[in-house]
Design a protein around this ligand. Sequence first.
Ligand SMILES: [Zn+2]
Length: 76
Amino acid sequence: MPIYEYKCESCSNIFEYLVFGSDKPDCPSCMSKKVSRLMSACSYVSKGSGGETTNPSASSSSCGGCAASSCAGCSH
Ligand SMILES: [Zn+2]
């Protein structure tokens, strides 16, 4: 679940919000709905918290016994 940074257009408050689907946050400071999403370098903090996402470089050596990208083709 991505966490986005938002900036309130009304009071310039910057806050983080965990987005569910197409949910849109209100400003926690002034309750304004005029917020804009900021592009943050640390938008994704879910790394390592269960369930690796599809990352070719990380999953390419998952099988310790052969060079296959998965263990489907060998007995490991
Ligand atoms: Zn505000």
